[in-house]
Ligand binder design. Structure first.
Ligand SMILES: Cc1ncc(COP(=O)(O)O)c(C=O)c1O
Length: 469
């Protein structure tokens, strides 16, 4: 065995393996169990000598690939998961080949491509020119940036440059109704504290913010600065906050408005500016995710703000080797990382290849398929639709009127386990008004009527299995 690096020979070997393994993996996406449960660390040892390329590839094929989920396939409906559309998949492979560092301008076209991607995204989502931003690793990173820039804004209101001197003495209050877990994490990371959110009431049977309650809370707040975190849409009920009304309140109270629109902004591609996201153009900052409904491979999202200079205040550092002579801020001054993957390329290539119409087509199909599944569930005596389906998420549980509260919760958990074990579909758990529920979130570009029929059969057979056991 030799471990000598033989560049061209190794590259052509890996390219042929890559072709073979990719075809095989993708060919099995629809037929294999969607989730591989109870996986363990591969029993492979690290060695001094390494392996030959053939041995290494064989280990990968035998010990890793069979235990991967079909999350890129059409029936992985856990969390909010997109797949990898073919154009994005190709572009993502090329990103590794190109191996660019999209940190600064001056050595390649890659920063210009990221800027163009952001421009095209504003076009796709009908967002005004004033927004500027950065491609992130996903919505979590974008929400964190939202917290950091809102913090800088609050500091500026009180004469404190937080990026430079820290946040001691800052007087601030945060308001939100149903922030996503990643937003809460972001607030913790930004030093606000995960528990320091003033909870705004929601409207009945919804996760939508009660704007009247927000108004009262803002008026009564003693804090010198205020930050409002709204959603478009929430992860369970897919509720959209009334951003027009909220932005009016934010202006009255000089509050920052951040909107987590990780997947909900795609609704705008279907219904336009007057749909459920109406008013988002008035936000101070917006979170977006692309490994969800844009169906690019993990990981990519975006953070947009209309206050670029505040973002730069937060992210720019002074180091001679990073000196910037450009007229526009470099991406290292607009985000978390200094060295950055060319993750804009799969987004850019998806927009280039499919255009508005192509993207709208799969978003609309997912909405229609979710609605079809929800209508079917409503008609089945074995199941109970927990929330009216408004977008792409179906929230339900097995019927359990005959069971006590605790038994009903346990029944939902067992049913979810059974469905995921059977492997035709993969769902994730949720909580709705104190009840355990199951969520089917449809955001894969390939999901079709055939998949919905398979899901119906799976739900019925798993229910039968459980009640006859
Ligand atoms: C509304 C919302 N915000 C943020 C996130 C976090 O996204 P990610 O885990 O991709 O960073 C999610 C993920 O489901 C989400 O639905």
């Amino acid at each position: 065995m030799t471990t000598t690096l033989k560049n061209s020979e190794d590259t052509s070997y890996y390219l042929s393996q890559f072709n073979e393994l990719t075809q095989k993996f993708m060919g099995q996406l629809k037929s294999q169990n969607v989730a591989k449960l109870n996986t363990k660390q591969p029993d492979v040892i690290f060695s001094d000598e390494g392996r030959s390329k053939e041995q290494a590839t064989q280990i990968l094929s035998e010990k890793i690939i069979p235990y991967l989920s079909a999350s890129a396939g059409p029936r992985y409906w856990g969390f909010v998961t997109g797949g990898a559309n073919p154009a994005a998949l190709f572009a993502d492979w090329m990103v590794s080949t190109f191996d660019q560092n999209v940190s600064k301008d001056g050595d390649s076209i890659s920063s210009a491509v990221e800027r163009q991607t952001l421009d095209w995204l504003k076009d796709l989502f009908y967002l005004p020119e004033v927004f500027n931003g950065v491609i992130t690793t996903g919505a979590t990173a974008a929400n964190f940036l939202g917290a950091v820039v809102a913090r800088q804004f609050s500091g500026n209101q009180q004469g404190i440059d937080i990026a430079q001197v820290g946040m001691q003495g800052l007087s601030v209050e945060l308001f939100s109704a149903c922030p996503h877990a990643s937003m809460i994490k972001g607030l913790g990371l930004a030093g606000f504290g995960q528990q320091q959110i003033t909870r705004v009431d929601t409207l009945e049977n919804s996760e939508q913010m009660d704007v009247e309650h927000l108004s009262v809370l803002l008026t009564n707040s003693k804090a010198k600065s205020k930050i409002v975190i709204a959603s478009s849409a929430t992860v369970t009920a897919t509720s959209f906050d009334d951003l027009e009304a909220i932005s009016v309140l934010c202006q009255q109270h000089q509050a920052w408005l951040h909107v987590d629109a990780a997947f909900g902004l795609f609704e705008r591609v279907v219904t336009g500016k007057e749909g459920k996201t109406k008013g988002i153009e008035l936000a101070d900052s917006i979170t977006l995710d692309f490994h969800k409904w844009l169906n690019v491979p993990y990981d990519a999202g975006a953070f947009f703000t209309r206050h670029t200079s505040l973002l730069v205040q937060c992210c720019e550092v002074d180091a001679p080797y990073l000196t910037n002579n450009d007229t526009q801020p470099d991406f290292l001054a607009l985000g978390i990382e200094n060295s950055r993957r060319f993750r804009a390329l799969p987004v850019w290539f998806t927009l280039l290849k499919y255009g508005r119409k192509g993207i709208k087509e799969w978003v609309k199909r997912n909405i229609d398929m979710a609605s079809e599944l929800a209508s079917w569930i409503e008609l089945q005596p074995q199941f109970e639709l927990s929330v009216a389906c408004q977008l792409n998420v179906v929230v339900f549980r097995p019927e359990s009127k005959h069971l006590s509260g605790e038994q009903a919760q346990a029944f939902t958990t067992s049913f979810l386990e059974e469905v995921n074990k059977e492997g035709k579909i993969f769902l994730s758990p949720g909580l709705w008004q104190g009840q355990k529920v199951m969520r089917a979130a449809l955001s894969n570009w390939q999901t079709s009527k055939e998949d919905i029929e398979l899901a119906k059969a799976s739900l019925k057979s798993c229910y039968k299995m459980l009640v006859t056991e």
